[in-house]
Design a protein around this ligand. Structure first.
Ligand code: FAD
Length: 523
């Protein structure tokens, strides 16, 4: 029987390596590619304007590519469970295809839609292509336990073998039997809304450095893959948080929205590595994609992964509630130029380097302000183009030393860290032009500059730029003690360490062992 089929784009905003779309084309007489602007995922509180712009750009690009195949994208607003019955009926749909999505909301949404489709005699096909592997299988291969270390993850993946190869985008030939009927009325009804129509004020938007879409993703990938020496030598810790142009690929927004398939990225790297000496995981680019896989797996296996409470692997910390501190951090008003420059870049451009994320996340949580990582997670989710449920939660837990990383006594200095790669403070000058006349000696600590220097720079600390919100040297020591107490409480509560429970073979050093080691090093 020839089907009338909806392919439901959610993430996976691409034609290449899209097995669910290819499945839609099998025995298909009519194809309706649909994107639903679901208010649960896309609303003005949780998604900032830069991410909206990236999404709209990606959908425009997708529509354009579909039109080249004599199809188009139908954009609909509303809850999927309300939208589908109407569309099924209107287009006499008999098949629905989509890409598997492991976020808790997506899993429950897809269960509801699948049940509804079955009731209405619509076949449902769901394919895995957002991750390199079937991550449910990864957990099964680890005896049903979520791997909680990268080393363990690597061992399991080694036993499974390399990720599947990506599949090509559908061709004209693949589409020849599948028509997309659309009327003039449809053009109007299902067109892509503008940002203004969605209620956004676009007057404050900065230059679009990273436009959304599959074409741009593939162009960017090509550009990087041509730099074979750079790709082979890539070691993440050697890249810079504060270079004036990005020192890593900035493919993350494209991977997050699925404009670029992780498997395409993986196999292009494999081709570049072929026959050459190259870096290895965890620091290589392959290694970065494995971090993504690692956090996705943990996020699927651990309930309440984006929360502290009810999250079995997360240390329970008595974080402070301090709306003023949180607002100062979020709005780049901490008085630490390195931190404020990063938060400004985040707000203006929607992307910051991984180590810059380290610096501001440590500062907000265990380092200085002692605010719950969930608050930082929310701000990142709103402002990052690459805001990703699993990666955001996993990395915030890591940086706050709540999960995965336990060396809470290793705190980033908001002054010294940035200096390592940018002595002159050019990055600060770019994002905080107010400080651009400060000499290098004071650019990271303008409050230490004599009054005459501040006057000459045209910026008085305490008047034109804030004084530091905390005294880092004092507060960070106090916070280490608070973290130590939280860890002690955790050890007292759990006679068996979570790592043992989760089937991790390597013995984790105790916190007191780590502190002793650190003291020894100091001596
Ligand atoms: P590259 O170094 O070029 O890496 C290539 C790809 O590997 C990235 O595009 C990304 O898909 C993946 N990757 C790289 N680093 C990581 C990592 N640490 N964890 C998981 N995957 C990784 N990344 C997101 O995509 N979305 C988020 O919401 C997010 N939140 C973060 C929050 C915090 C507090 C921190 C410290 C990190 C977060 N990251 C997040 C991870 C990482 O910082 C970004 O993926 C990376 O900086 C993106 O830049 P890139 O594409 O140039 O990375």
């Amino acid at each position: 029987m020839a089907h009338s089929c909806i392919h439901w784009f959610r993430k996976g905003l691409r034609l290449h390596d899209n097995p669910a779309l290819i499945a839609a084309l099998k025995d298909c007489k009519e194809l309706y590619p649909v994107f639903i602007v679901d208010p649960h995922l896309y609303n003005k509180t949780s998604v900032g304007i830069n991410r909206w712009r990236f999404l709209m750009g990606s959908l425009k690009d997708l529509d354009c590519s579909l039109r080249k195949l004599n199809s188009r994208l139908f954009v609909v607003g509303g809850k999927p469970e309300d939208v589908f019955p109407e569309l099924f009926d209107k287009w006499k749909i008999t098949k629905l295809t989509y890409e598997y999505d492991t976020e808790p909301y997506s899993l429950s949404r897809d269960e509801t839609v699948t049940a509804l489709a079955k009731k209405l005699n619509v076949d449902v096909i769901c394919k895995i292509s957002h991750t390199l592997y079937n991550i449910e299988r990864v957990i099964q291969e680890n005896n049903g336990k979520t791997p909680l270390t990268y080393v363990r993850m690597q061992a399991i993946l080694k036993s499974i073998g390399p990720p599947k190869r990506p599949i090509p985008a559908p061709s004209m030939e693949d589409m020849k039997d599948a028509k997309t009927p659309h009327s003039k009325q449809d053009e109007k009804q299902y067109r892509l809304p503008t940002l203004e129509e969605l209620g956004h004020d676009t007057s404050d938007l900065f230059e679009e450095k990273f436009p959304g879409g599959e074409q741009e993703a593939l162009r960017r990938l090509d550009e990087h893959m041509q730099r074979t020496g750079w790709v082979c030598a890539f070691e993440k810790p050697q890249t810079s948080p504060n270079s004036l142009s990005p020192s890593t690929t900035v493919l993350s927004p494209y991977v997050t929205f699925g404009c670029l398939s992780a498997r395409t990225f993986w196999w292009r790297l494999t081709e570049v590595y072929q026959g050459k000496k190259h870096s290895d995981p965890p620091v290589s680019l392959h290694g970065q994609l494995l971090w993504r896989e690692f956090f996705y797996t943990a996020s699927l296996g651990i309930p309440n992964f984006n929360k502290m409470e009810g999250n079995s692997i997360c240390t329970q910390v008595d974080w402070d509630t301090n709306p003023e501190y949180l607002a100062a951090w979020r709005e780049a008003r901490t008085g630490f130029p390195f931190i404020d420059a990063i938060m400004t870049q985040l707000r203006q451009e929607g992307w910051i380097h991984h180590l810059a994320r380290h610096a501001v996340a440590c500062f907000l949580t265990r380092g200085d302000l002692y605010i719950n990582w969930e608050e930082g997670q929310k701000v990142f989710e709103e402002l990052l183009l690459d805001g990703d449920w699993a990666l955001n939660a996993g990395n915030w837990q890591w940086l706050s030393a709540s999960t995965f990383f336990h060396q809470f006594f290793r705190v980033y200095s908001p002054v010294a860290f940035g200096k390592k790669t940018d002595k002159n403070g050019d990055y600060i000058k770019k994002y905080l032009p107010l400080l651009k006349k400060f000499p290098a000696a004071y650019i990271y600590e303008p409050w230490k500059a004599p009054r005459s220097v501040q006057e000459a720079a045209g910026c008085i600390v305490g008047k034109d730029y804030p004084r530091p919100i905390v005294e880092h040297e004092v507060i960070s020591k106090k916070n280490i003690q608070r973290m130590k107490a939280a860890y002690a409480k955790r050890s007292a509560k759990a006679p068996e360490s979570p790592s043992k429970k989760q089937g991790v073979k390597r013995k984790q050093p105790s916190v007191s062992d780590m502190l002793k080691k650190k003291d020894k090093k100091k001596k």
